[in-house]
Unconditional design. Structure first.
Length: 319
C-alpha cells in the first residue's frame, strides 16, 4: 500500500468515529468498537492516525468546540461530515505515516515543561543556561554528570547555553537528530518530521540521527535536517529572528508561509485561499496579537478575512 494514500471509504469511517468519540455521547461500547475498528488492518490504523491530525489543527481549542466548528462547517456547506473533512483537506495534510513525529502526543502532555498555543516561557536550567520555550512546545530536561541534554519533543526554543566548569557538552535532541553546543546562542525547531537549527552566536554541530558525520554551523547559518539527511547550510539575517520579542519580521515572504507562522500562535484553523497564497508580503507582524496582524494584512493588501467562527478563519481575495 502506498502510505500516502488511504482508501477514502476507510478515511470516511475514521472521520465518523472521530466525531462520535468527541460528541459527548460516546459510550464504553463505542470506545471498544473504535479500538476493534482500528485493529482491523494497518490501513485502518493509519487512517485513524491521519484523522487525529484534525484535532491537532485546532491547537488549543477544547475538543467539544472543535467538533462544533466542524459541524457548523458542514451545515454551512451542506456537506456530510466525511465530505467536509475531505474537502477541507484535513485528512491528507499529515503526509505518509512514516513521516510523522517519532514522539507520541502523550510524551508532549507529560513533558517536563510545555507551553500552550500563543504562550512563551522563560526557563533557567540547572547549569545557568537560559531557555525560552516558544508557542505550543514541549521539552524534557535530562542533565547528568556526563552531559547536559535537552529533549525538544515538539515546537521551538531559543537556548543561551552557559559554559560548564566540568566541560560537559550541551546537547539538544529532537526526533530527527542532535545539536551540540557550548557557550552558544541558537534556536531549534521541529515539526513535520523536520528539524531546523539557527545559530545566533558561537558554533553548533548538527547531526541527523541516522548519520555519523555532523555539520558545524557558525553564527548566521541555519540548517534543516531529517532522520537520514541534512540540507545544505544557509545564511540568514540574524535580525529576522524576532519571535522572542513577539514579532514576525517578513521580507518578501509568501502569504501562505506568513499565515502558517501566524497560525502557530493562535488556536484553531487559519487557512489561506490558493488564489492569494503567492502574494509577497513584507513588514513587522505581532505574534502576541495575531488579530491585529490579520487586520494589518487586510488593510494593506486586497484581502478579506472570512470568519466561520472565532476558531476558523480564511484569508481570501477581496472581491
Amino acid at each position: 500500500m502506498n502510505s500516502s494514500m488511504i482508501n477514502p471509504q476507510i478515511l470516511g469511517e475514521a472521520a465518523d468515529w472521530l466525531v462520535q468519540l468527541h460528541s459527548g455521547t460516546a459510550t464504553a461500547a463505542d470506545h471498544q468498537a473504535i479500538a476493534q475498528w482500528r485493529s482491523r488492518s494497518a490501513e485502518h490504523a493509519q487512517a485513524w492516525q491521519r484523522v487525529e491530525v484534525l484535532l491537532g489543527d485546532f491547537r488549543g481549542v477544547p475538543a467539544n468546540l472543535a467538533m462544533q466548528t466542524l459541524q457548523r462547517a458542514s451545515r454551512k456547506e451542506g456537506l456530510s461530515r466525511r465530505q467536509t473533512l475531505t474537502r477541507l483537506g484535513l485528512l491528507f495534510i499529515a503526509g505518509p505515516l512514516g513521516m510523522a513525529s517519532q514522539h507520541l502526543p502523550w510524551e508532549q502532555w507529560t513533558a517536563d515543561q510545555r507551553t500552550a498555543v500563543g504562550e512563551q516561557k522563560n526557563l533557567q536550567l540547572p547549569d545557568g543556561s537560559q531557555l525560552l520555550l516558544n508557542t505550543d512546545s514541549a521539552v524534557n530536561i535530562a542533565f547528568n554528570p556526563q552531559e547536559r541534554r535537552v529533549l525538544l519533543l515538539n515546537g521551538e526554543m531559543l537556548i543561551s547555553s552557559a559554559k560548564d566548569p566540568g566541560a560537559r557538552p550541551f546537547i539538544v535532541e529532537t526526533p530527527q537528530g542532535t545539536a551540540h553546543a557550548q557557550g552558544t546562542r541558537f534556536c531549534v525547531r521541529t515539526e513535520n518530521a523536520t528539524s531546523q537549527v539557527s545559530v545566533l552566536e558561537g558554533q553548533v554541530v548538527v547531526t541527523p540521527q541516522l548519520l555519523s558525520q555532523g555539520t558545524t554551523l557558525s553564527a548566521g547559518e541555519r540548517q534543516r535536517f531529517r532522520l537520514d539527511r541534512a540540507e545544505a547550510a544557509q545564511r540568514f539575517d540574524l535580525n529576522t529572528v524576532a519571535w522572542d520579542k513577539g514579532m514576525l519580521l517578513a521580507n518578501n515572504m509568501r502569504l501562505d508561509e506568513l499565515l502558517s507562522e501566524l497560525g502557530r500562535y493562535r488556536p484553531g484553523v487559519l487557512r489561506c485561499h490558493p488564489d492569494v497564497a503567492g502574494l509577497r508580503v513584507s513588514g513587522a507582524f505581532s505574534l502576541r496579537d495575531t488579530d491585529a496582524s490579520l487586520r494589518l494584512l487586510s488593510d494593506t493588501l486586497p484581502l478579506n478575512i472570512s470568519r466561520m467562527t472565532q476558531y476558523w478563519l480564511t484569508v481570501e481575495p477581496r472581491v
